[in-house]
Design a protein around this ligand. Structure first.
Ligand code: SAH
Ligand code: SF4
Length: 392
């Protein structure tokens, strides 16, 4: 088949197969998505393709074992890979709460810090991963939003948070069963790396998580929601609404990433039509801001007829240091300073809010606050290193 000059090569027809070099068979491709630096080293050494699968599986199945001790690999290969490192992150600090929730502050090779939270539930554990260093969305109630945006995380840096958590899970006898993209950053603004990390985490001969055990949380970017649905129709969607009118939502989510609610809800409906996954709506309750009976009725109207659970989140107050110096710029920020006056809604208010939703046939749950004393909410530790216990 020949392509016309200047045109794209024609797509293979049924029965034809794409030319695939042996090195780029599935584990090779996955390793390239994960650690392109390792693939370059393997290519330079002319290593046979089956070794790519071994390197990939070593990384995913033995997160605690450096290449120098990887007995499945030949000695020369161990030595060649050792300098490139078996992890793109190191644990800079961690904090453990009484309920076993453990928050890791992970340092990237270029010196950024992101958080990942390990949450045990019975014998299983969920890990909450970051997708960006900081976040460009800048929600006024969120510590990460106050840090500003530094850079996207790579697929490796996302997967390696799970690998660090897997080591913690093995030590405490838990099975790592779920991953939620609810840490620092907006995953749909870093979708290529997030999608690559999903492929890696669900690779059956690696960590082997089920797609249905993964949830991506977003502030609500319609194009990204539809792309996620098409690319990963079994992955769950969590939508951070926090308000049921555009006016109120714009106060909490300032700036260009606050999309009109009509467009966000249309994308959420399309997501369900494509995936049939129940939507999780996250709603952080702020006293006197978004927690009135009228706010609850507006939310019930907005969600009418949808297959949805509303998760009512208790707000974790922001570190005052962050409020005084948002994003470390030294400039005052009136929207964020307003968050100084925010308070979590009292329990009775939360219960009334939930009751109004339930009377409208909308499932509402009040999330237990896990690890509150270690400031386990998104971005809080990176903003407040004082609460850390140094490792080791
Ligand atoms: N950017 C994505 C995912 C990361 S934030 C999103 O916004 O959905 C994950 C969740 O933590 C969001 O629902 C967010 O509203 C919530 N969150 C952020 N700061 C919080 C705080 N201080 N207290 C309680 N929940 C918070
Ligand atoms: Fe970003 Fe999510 Fe925090 Fe908003 S709540 S600033 S979108 S991380």
């Amino acid at each position: 088949m020949t392509a016309l000059p200047g045109s794209l090569p024609a797509r293979p027809q049924a029965g034809e197969s794409e030319p695939v070099t042996p090195a780029l068979s599935t584990p090779g491709l996955l390793l390239k998505l994960y650690r392109p630096d390792l693939v370059r080293a393997l290519e330079a050494l002319d290593i046979p393709p089956y070794r790519y699968a071994q390197v990939l599986e070593h990384l995913l199945r033995h997160p605690d074992t450096p290449f120098s001790e990887a007995t499945s690999l030949p000695t020369e290969l161990r030595a060649a890979l050792a300098d490139l490192g078996h992890n793109t992150l190191e644990t800079a600090a961690h904090a453990v709460a009484a309920d076993g929730t453990t928050k890791f502050l992970c340092r990237t090779r270029d010196g950024h810090e992101v958080e990942c939270v390990f949450m045990p539930y019975g014998r299983r554990a969920t890990v909450c991963v970051s997708s960006q260093v900081g976040c460009p969305v800048g929600c006024v109630f969120c510590a990460t939003g106050g840090l500003g945006f530094r850079r996207d995380l790579s697929a490796a840096e996302i997967v390696d948070q799970v690998r660090l958590a897997a080591v913690a899970a093995a030590r405490t006898g838990h099975r790592l069963s779920n991953v939620v993209y609810m840490g620092m950053g907006e995953p749909l603004l870093n979708l290529p790396a997030v999608l690559a990390s999903i492929r890696l985490l669900t690779y059956p001969r690696g960590v082997g998580l089920s797609h249905r055990a993964l949830s991506v949380s977003t502030i609500g970017l319609p194009a990204g929601i539809r792309r996620l649905a098409r690319a990963e129709p079994q992955v769950n969607l969590a939508l951070s609404l926090h308000a049921a009118t555009d006016e109120l939502r714009r106060r909490l989510v300032p700036g260009r990433y606050c999309q009109p609610l009509a467009a966000v809800m249309a994308a959420a409906r399309d997501h369900f039509a494509l995936t049939h996954r129940k939507l999780l709506v996250e709603y952080v309750l702020l006293e006197g801001i978004n927690d009135s009976p009228e706010d609850a009725r507006n939310l019930a109207r907005l969600l009418k007829g949808m297959v949805v659970t509303v998760n009512l989140l208790p707000w974790n107050p922001l570190p005052r240091s962050l409020l005084r110096d948002p994003g470390g710029t030294g400039r005052p920020d009136s929207a964020r300073t307003a968050a100084l006056r925010f308070a979590p809604s009292p329990l009775a208010t939360v219960q009334t809010f939930a009751e109004i939703l339930r009377r409208a046939d909308i499932e509402a749950v009040m999330r237990r606050s896990k690890g509150a004393e270690i400031r386990a909410a998104c971005g809080q530790l990176a903003a407040d290193r004082g609460s850390y216990r140094a490792r080791g």
